[in-house]
Design a protein around this ligand. Structure first.
Ligand code: SAH
Ligand code: SF4
Length: 427
């Protein structure tokens, strides 16, 4: 999400005559786009801000601005605490950045943190700042009003609003014409996308129809809103990727209720079954939180049990981090000791590692159409790409070229990567 937002910011600033600087010595501004979801994300930003003091010593005109959720959450408090920060700008105020930068240049400090109920940056064509020219993010909605009790997002990104589908289609078509082969539609809860008569299944249908060469992915799906209608649309388009990120958060109904997730374990498992019914080859991934308020050893055991049942291909696993202003911070004691949270988290990580490895071992011998993305980190002689299930495959380069589709046979694996070889389709 922040990556996509940074590309919108890039576009707004380029439109105002700014350019990307090659180095800190050349730069007049450093903009840091931030996340406030857990405390450790914020601590990393503070670290970075303090490190930049050295660069500011060498380059006296260098000013620092904080964008995104941390700016929204802390507002001018952040400038009081980090005195080398010149301005903060929240996620709905990026159109005001050119004025803000001008003001800061004149020696003032600035705060732009107003949230909007309508801003979607629909008319702004993002500059693809760090793009590989192959895959791109398209933001389709902003904000969230689900108010999960642990989560700061509804407070930092405002109310949910969806972007005009015509502008999404134009952006996706433009990318496809430029040679992009994959778009990921982004929102906090894409299943509740709605713009007049167009819901998420209809939007997916339209984006997938642009070109069979353009893969379509999306994130994130809230389990409460994952409809069979969407699964039917997915199943009917080969270029909609067979991968659904379906954050569960906990395997205990008691915890799900306390988290205000609005579904039960039974509902969740029914959705998983429906995914597998519509698309037997669909990979499922998740997010989970260990050590939420009042989590008992039984609740934790229920999460492990759920992981064993679903057998996710990948999971983002977190320790609960209390966020100021949320319902949980106000009304529920953060009562699991940190070392116990860590212990539970590590148990989930170990189990998930084992499941991912077992899942990957079953892939050995299978063949996949892979979108080649680039050189592997380990060797220039090897390339990597992803299959429709979003699994990374690494293989010897031979005559393969990034940005094209190639068939790859899986020959070996680790828990994180499939190792394979190109299948020569002419033989
Ligand atoms: N909108 C998405 C999630 C966005 S936040 C959804 O509802 O699925 C990404 C993930 O961060 C969440 O799924 C959750 O697992 C985690 N998260 C959010 N708030 C957290 C907190 N206070 N402590 C720990 N993890 C948190
Ligand atoms: Fe946060 Fe819940 Fe909204 Fe996801 S759905 S962003 S976890 S409040």
């Amino acid at each position: 999400m922040n990556f996509a937002d940074s590309e919108v910011v890039g576009s707004i600033l380029q439109g105002a005559g700014h350019e990307v600087a090659e180095s800190l010595e050349d730069a007049d501004f450093v903009l840091i786009n931030t996340c406030a979801i857990r405390d450790n994300a914020e601590q990393r930003v503070r670290h970075r801000v303090r490190e930049l003091r050295a660069a500011q010593g060498h380059n006296k005109s260098l000013r620092i601005g904080i964008l995104g959720c941390m700016a929204e959450r802390l507002q001018s408090r952040l400038m009081a605490e980090e005195d080398n920060v010149s301005f903060v700008c929240g996620p709905d105020a990026y159109r005001r950045l050119p004025q803000l930068l001008a003001q800061v240049r004149e020696g003032q400090r600035g705060t732009e943190v107003e949230l909007s109920t309508t801003e979607t940056y629909a008319d702004i064509e993002p500059v693809r700042l760090a793009s590989n020219g192959i895959s791109a993010y398209i933001s389709i909605m902003r904000g969230c009003q689900n108010y999960c009790s642990y989560c700061v997002v509804p407070y930092t990104r405002g109310r949910e609003r969806s972007r005009d589908p015509q502008t999404i289609l134009t952006e996706a078509k433009g990318l496809c014409e430029k040679g992009y082969r994959e778009v990921t539609l982004l929102g906090q809860n894409v299943n509740s996308y709605r713009y007049e008569a167009v819901g998420f299944p209809e939007l997916m249908d339209m984006v997938a129809a642009i070109s069979p060469l353009l893969r379509v992915r999306f994130a994130t799906s809230h389990p409460k809103d994952l409809s069979d209608e969407l699964l039917e649309v997915m199943a009917s388009h080969e270029n909609i990727c067979r991968c659904i990120h379906l954050p569960v958060q906990s395997g205990s109904n008691r915890m799900l209720k306390a988290m205000n997730r609005k579904y039960t374990v039974e509902w969740y498992l029914d959705r998983v079954e429906s995914i597998r019914h519509h698309m037997p080859d669909c990979s499922i991934t998740t997010d989970v939180i260990a050590g939420f308020c009042g989590e008992t050893p039984e609740d934790h055991a229920a999460t492990l049990e759920l992981f064993r049942r679903v057998r996710y291909d990948y999971a983002y696993m977190f320790k609960y981090s209390q966020r100021e202003g949320t319902y949980a911070a106000k009304h529920m004691p953060d009562d699991i000791a940190d070392d116990e949270k860590t212990r539970r988290l590590n148990e989930i990580i170990a189990l998930q590692g084992q499941i991912a490895l077992e899942n990957n071992r079953k892939e050995v011998g299978r063949e996949y159409e892979v979108l080649v993305e680039g050189e592997s980190h380990r060797s220039k002689e090897q390339l990597f790409g992803r299959n429709s299930q979003n699994k990374v495959l690494v293989f010897d380069r031979k005559d393969a070229v990034p940005g094209t589709y190639r068939k790859v046979r899986v020959t070996d694996c680790t828990a994180a990567t499939l190792i394979g070889e190109l299948v020569n389709e002419n033989q």
